[in-house]
Design a binder for this molecule. Structure first.
Ligand code: FAD
Ligand code: UDP
Length: 363
């Protein structure tokens, strides 16, 4: 039997980063993935000459210089800046919450001082440290914006009342008193020209990859054939759910080709109200400033996770975090196995967090 230094379970960004580094260090590497393609959740597929983000819109943004340099060493990135539009019934607002949003919400807002007058008066209803997402949101931007742009979206996304969700989820979004629709505060941002699949293809160049191959179908065999395993799947699944099941949220994507050059004028439109069941509509060509004659759009519907679906989001409330911590302790005892990435660490990681972690692993 062939012997590998590293068997890497998962050809997503964590697995591909480790695979690249291990190969560069002269190690013999095998990457397996149960899907029929590489790149994990950042996989892009060419449809009508447009790079379609098959598992949801992915915008690369980071403050880590080493991560930015790393990804740019494989492919060129464009200057895309994420500026989603929020749509509720017949109204349109800019995101994240900034002066453009505030001046449209309140007709007497022209200056930051005007905006603060409204926000401060509305945030008074929350006294003390916010205890949940609703309180956190109101204390950030007030009740008017909470009800128009946050409550509906969040409850569709997580299928829970905002009072039962952790505050940290909403802290991801910037609140700014300047006219700036950039969704992120990070120093570097862009989309890989030619799609994410190309990025991961370059990372895995010259590395043996076996697709349609599930680690759990042959776990003992795989353990025998390598010195170290890098595992990027779900941590509870690795331990056969011995301590109980962690919760996840899933998504359903409905993708359509439309015979129109420009469907919605923006890559990302968030539907923040309850009048529709989807949370976002993505028009993929706008990530790369495409001018193809047709367009491809995707409706994103959040859904409860059921067996057989993809585990897109971890649910990092107290109960699940406690259970995940127990699994992480078990993982520490697992000899010669590195657990890394969103599902194996059970953390709400962005792409750059995942790559950063993988760059910091001792090979
Ligand atoms: P994954 O990409 O999930 O890779 C894990 C791989 O392991 C998968 O290919 C899977 O098939 C494989 N695998 C699992 N179990 C097994 C097994 N038993 N045997 C074999 N293979 C297995 N981040 C950003 O920075 N910006 C964004 O705009 C952004 N948008 C997002 C939008 C959505 C809808 C989602 C869900 C996530 C988004 N993210 C975004 C987060 C980003 O997708 C992740 O941080 C990143 O892709 C995680 O990489 P990973 O390698 O940990 O996992
Ligand atoms: N959110 C919201 N309204 C929006 C966009 C986001 O209320 O229009 C909230 C929602 O709770 C969401 C969180 O902010 O879960 C984080 O949003 P982000 O866009 O970072 O989510 P992701 O891209 O990870 O799905």
């Amino acid at each position: 039997m062939e012997k590998y230094d590293y068997l890497i379970v998962g050809a997503g960004l964590f697995g591909a980063t480790i695979a690249y580094r291990a190969k560069k260090a002269g190690k013999k590497v095998l990457v397996i993935d149960k899907r029929n393609h590489i790149a994990g959740n950042v996989y892009t597929e060419n449809i009508e000459n447009i790079n379609v983000h098959k598992y949801g819109a992915h915008i690369f943004h980071t403050d880590y210089k080493d991560v930015w340099e790393f990804v740019n060493s494989f492919v060129e990135f464009n200057r895309y800046t994420n500026s989603p539009i929020a749509r509720i019934e017949k109204e349109i607002y800019n995101l994240p919450f900034n002066m453009n949003t505030f001046s449209k919400i309140w007709s007497d807002v022209y200056t930051p001082e005007d905006a603060l007058r409204h926000i401060n008066s509305e945030r008074k209803e929350i006294t003390g440290e916010p205890k949940n997402l609703e309180e956190q949101a109101i204390s950030l931007v007030g009740r008017t914006i909470y009800e128009k742009l946050i409550k509906g979206y969040t409850e569709k996304q997580w299928n829970r009342d905002c009072k039962d969700l952790p505050a940290f989820i909403i802290k991801r979004l910037p609140v700014r008193l300047v006219y700036d629709n950039n969704y992120f505060n990070d120093k570097y941002q862009g989309i890989p020209i030619g799609g994410y699949t190309k990025l991961v293809e370059k990372m895995l160049d010259g590395i043996e990859v076996k697709l349609n191959t599930d680690f759990f179908d042959n776990i003992l065999e795989y353990k025998k054939m390598c010195n170290k395993i890098v595992y990027t799947g779900a941590i509870d699944e690795y331990f056969n759910y011995s301590l109980g099941k962690l919760e996840y949220r899933s998504l359903l994507f409905k993708t359509k080709v439309i015979n129109l050059e420009n469907f919605q004028g923006n890559a990302v439109v968030n539907y923040t109200g309850r009048e529709v069941d989807y949370t976002r509509v993505i028009e993929h060509k706008h990530f790369e400033y495409g001018n193809q004659p047709k367009t491809v759009i995707t409706y994103e519907y959040p859904t409860d996770f059921k067996e057989g679906m993809e585990k897109y989001y971890t649910v990092n409330d107290e109960k699940n975090n406690e259970l995940a911590e127990k699994y992480r302790k078990l993982a520490l005892q697992e000899k010669n196995v590195i657990f890394g990435g969103r599902l194996a660490e059970y953390k709400y990681y962005d792409m750059d967090d995942v790559i950063k972690k993988a760059l910091d692993v001792n090979i």
